[in-house]
Design a protein around this ligand. Sequence first.
Ligand code: PEP
Length: 248
Amino acid sequence: MRDLIVAGNWKMNGSQQFVGEMLLALNKASFSEPVNAVVFPPSVYLHEAIQQAKAVKVGAQNLFYEKSGAFTGELSASMISDVGCEYVILGHSERRAIFGEDDLLVAKKVVAALENHITPILCVGETLEDRDGGKYADVIATQVKVGLSLLSTEQTSNVVIAYEPVWAIGTGQTASPLQAQEVHELIRNLVAELAGIEVSHNMSILYGGSVNAANAQELFSQPDIDGGLVGGASLKVDEFLAICSAAA
Ligand code: PEP
């Protein structure tokens, strides 16, 4: 059975007080056994979030692939592992669009995460222009192929992929369950070609893009959707918990 994951990407939001209140509330909640709930605070709060988290895991929103050195402002995979992160989000569309990350850079980050025993959540997804132009399958296939291109089969088996259509992120415009399922199936088939049926069958593929308490259940009931990467709705504890329940 595949891992069910609900990942809460807090992006550049919050404060020490917010982190304390969220973790306190999440620690009091009960999560259904198969669901892995993971929160991704801003990096400056990772250490304290990990100290406080009992019921949820904690991940980082980014890393840099070099081991150490003159890379001002960056965090290495070994640093985020050192403070206790179990997951890292890589290739988020905001990093691609605002910070110019390309597929090869993302691929190097995926390697660094795995070498440090951190599960990478590799984000892929098309823009509205790609979708309207009928190019979405090609765009996603390239992102997946290059993103996994530096990995052995065994390493690929430890990757999580998140399908996040750019037009659905933070817009309130969710992909329909069928639109999402179509792409998830495409990704799973592609992983089967690249790394074999077993790896593809066991890989968790998350959907992200305006997931909320009202639409989560229908999205997560699709056969190839194994949970969600949640932005805005993960900042509200009740809504995040409802999304976690929908995945169970
Ligand atoms: C995200 O940032 O990964 C995301 C999916 O955001 P939102 O849920 O707000 O659309």
